[in-house]
Structures are given as structure tokens and as C-alpha cells.
Design a protein around this ligand. Structure first.
Ligand code: OSB
Ligand code: MG
Length: 371
């Protein structure tokens, strides 16, 4: 792929409003922007989506920066690759650190698509011109939750994901249902329950939820299979699925009926597509999860969600959902409940250089020596 340079930028941006889960609150989002440049001066972009602390997965911005700088970029320098499909097997020789791997791998996909003058969606096999847009409501009080839902309904979202936990579930959801009996809602528990809460979880069948996401432990597959037998509401797995093998096992065991695919969580687009293809063959519905990400990762998600198996609206919200000003132009917008899949080369958006510059904290460049 004739790579001559990799540039990393650690950026930081405040969220428009705090993002609450039972695991903690995010008010400021750090991320890593990965830019891979070839000998023709074409640049591909990816985003490392680890958080500042390991609340969602074990990775952090600092561990990602270390893995990228000291391990993955040197490996890529030593082992020239022909196409982005070669990156995943190369990185597979090193354990985990999926978000660091994905940040670099996805930049390679964008670069490859740009070199071919094709959209990233077309390169990975996307078939949709627009993707259905859903939004997350992560509020710590009922009133904020209801206000946010009202605002997002005006913006036209097709699916509403409500963060729940044992202290904010039955009465919370019943109030939402009282106001919005027909709204397409789902709940995301982020592992806040155990099998001891079986009765609490069964009670949620009352609310006609599209699904309940990750009710039990983040590393569990077995107990979710027991739980799914007891619930009418479909279980969707998020944290538990960090690889193709996890997806296979979960489907085999009946641990879920739906999978939330996040390229960052599974190590990149190659693995994400592999999970998608398998789920499609097995009749398991998938949707694209979000990571409170900036525009580059958002644009990658849009390409991923254009694959035919993404039949449920994902966490594909507008740039304005989280940010006053995003780092891409044009920003991601939602029209009549859909986001348009760009048909221009690569991820199909340009960098908002001014915004990127004013949010950059650290910058590092790695020049590849000619062999
Ligand atoms: O559990 O799906 C999750 C955000 C950050 C980390 C984990 C999760 C989330 C979300 C979606 O719920 C946020 C989004 O729309 O970006
Ligand atoms: Mg989730």
C-alpha cells in the first residue's frame, strides 16, 4: 500500500451533555485520530475509540497510544501489506488491544478505498444508500430522559436506546411507556444485572422492548443463554462479543438473538464484516453500535451499517447529538430518520482542520523508511 507516514493525534472534546451509565459519567471525550499516508500523498483516517479510563473495556487512550506507537506501527513498518485485509491477520499475532488495532486498520481501509476511488461502503460490500438512525439516551433522571426523548423524536430518530440498571428500570421504563406507548425503544444495561435479578429482568417483558442489550457480565456467554430462555425480550450482546469466535459461541449457545457490532470492540472492519457475514448466514440480526465517537469513526460506522445484514437502526446519530462542532465536514446529519451513505471515495468526508487543531492535545508522526 506504499505507506510513507502514520500520524497520531490525541484529541479531547467536551460532550454537549453528560453521558450517564451505572459505570460512570462521561463529560469529556478523548480519542486518537490515526492518519495513514501513502507515497502519492493520499491519507486514510481511523479513530481509536478507547476511553480515558477502562470503564467499558480494558483499553484506555494511553494504552492504545502505547500499542499503536510501540507495537503496531513498527510492525506495519516491518511488514508491508498489499491490502487492508492483510492487517487483521498481521495484528492477530498480538493479543487483544482491539481498539488500538481497529484505529489503524480502519485508516488502512479508508486509504485503500481512496486509492481505488471507491467509497468505503462499496469496497466492503455495502448495499444501502442510507442507513436507519437510532439514538441513545443516557440520563440519570427521568425528567432529563423524557426531555431528551422529546427532542430526539423531533429530530426524527427511528429507535431509542435507554440506559438502565437495577436502580433505574421498571418504574423508569413504565413512565417512558406511559408517555410514548408506541415508541421503538430498547434498553442497554451495560452488565448491571446478575442471574439473581431474574425476576426484575423478566418484569421488563411488560414494555415491548425491541431488545435488552448486555444485561449480564461483560465476559459472560453462558449465563446469557440461561437468561434468554426465561425472557420474551430478545437479548442483544455488546461487551461479550469481542471476536468472531465469541459471536459463533453466543449464537451456538442461544445467548442472544441480536448482536451489536462495533468495529472498535472487535479489532476492525475485517472482523466486523466476518461477524456480520456469519450472523447473516445464521439469521441473526445485527446493528451498528456507537462509542460516543467523533466524525471519522461515525463515517466508518455508516459504511459498515450499509452492509445488508444491518437490519436494525444502530447508534448512528448525528454529529450534533454529542458535539458542538465535529472534526469532519460535512458533519453527519439525520434526515427523516436516515443518514445518507456517502458515495465519494473512502469514508466520504473531509477533515475539519480548524476543529481538529483546536482539539489536539498530543501529536506524533512515524515516517516509514524506504526498503
Ligand atoms: O454500551 O453501547 C454501549 C457508548 C460508549 C460506550 C458503550 C456504549 C455506548 C452507547 C452508545 O451506549 C453511544 C453512542 O451512540 O455513541
Ligand atoms: Mg451497549
Amino acid at each position: 500500500m506504499n505507506i510513507v507516514n502514520v500520524n497520531l493525534k490525541v484529541i479531547s472534546m467536551p460532550l454537549k451533555s453528560p453521558f450517564h451509565t451505572h459505570l460512570g459519567t462521561v463529560t469529556e471525550r478523548e480519542g486518537i485520530i490515526v492518519e495513514v499516508t501513502d507515497s502519492n500523498g493520499i491519507s486514510g483516517f481511523g479513530e481509536g475509540v478507547a476511553f480515558s479510563t477502562p470503564w467499558y473495556t480494558e483499553e484506555t487512550v494511553k494504552t492504545s497510544l502505547h500499542i499503536l506507537s510501540d507495537i503496531l506501527i513498527p510492525l506495519l513498518m516491518k511488514t508491508p501489506i498489499k491490502q487492508p485485509e492483510d492487517a487483521a491477520p498481521l495484528f492477530h499475532s498480538l493479543k487483544r488491544n482491539h481498539m488500538a488495532k481497529a484505529g489503524l486498520e480502519m485508516a488502512l481501509w479508508d486509504l485503500y478505498a481512496k486509492r481505488k476511488s471507491k467509497s468505503l461502503a462499496a469496497v466492503i460490500g455495502g448495499t444501502r444508500g442510507k442507513v436507519a438512525s437510532g439514538v441513545v439516551v443516557a440520563a440519570d433522571s427521568l425528567i432529563t430522559c423524557l426531555n431528551q426523548i422529546e427532542k430526539y423524536i423531533e429530530e426524527g430518530y427511528q429507535r431509542y436506546k435507554i440506559k438502565i440498571n437495577p436502580r433505574q428500570d421498571y418504574s423508569f421504563l413504565s413512565e417512558i411507556r406511559r408517555h410514548y406507548p408506541e415508541l421503538p425503544i430498547m434498553a442497554d444495561a451495560n452488565s448491571s444485572y446478575t442471574l439473581k435479578d431474574l425476576d426484575r429482568l423478566k418484569a421488563l417483558d411488560d414494555f415491548n422492548l425491541l431488545m435488552i442489550e448486555q444485561p449480564l457480565a461483560s465476559d459472560d456467554i453462558i449465563e446469557h443463554s440461561l437468561l434468554q430462555k426465561e425472557l420474551n425480550t430478545p437479548i442483544c450482546l455488546d461487551e461479550s462479543i469481542v471476536s468472531f469466535e465469541d459471536a459463533k459461541n453466543a449464537i451456538e449457545l442461544g445467548s442472544c438473538q441480536i448482536i451489536n457490532i462495533k468495529a472498535g470492540r472487535v479489532g476492525g472492519l475485517y472482523e466486523a464484516k466476518k461477524i456480520h457475514d456469519y450472523c447473516q448466514a445464521k439469521g441473526i440480526a445485527v446493528w451498528c453500535g456507537g462509542m460516543i465517537e467523533f466524525g471519522i469513526s461515525r463515517a466508518h460506522n455508516i459504511a459498515l451499517a450499509s452492509l445488508p445484514g444491518f437490519t436494525i437502526p444502530g447508534d448512528i446519530s448525528a454529529s450534533q447529538r454529542f458535539w458542538e462542532e465535529d472534526i469532519i465536514t460535512p458533519e453527519v446529519t439525520v434526515e427523516n430518520g436516515y443518514v445518507t451513505v456517502p458515495d465519494s471515495p473512502g469514508i466520504g468526508v473531509a477533515i475539519n482542520e480548524k476543529r481538529l487543531k483546536e482539539t489536539t492535545l498530543i501529536e506524533k508522526s512515524y515516517r516509514f523508511l524506504k526498503k
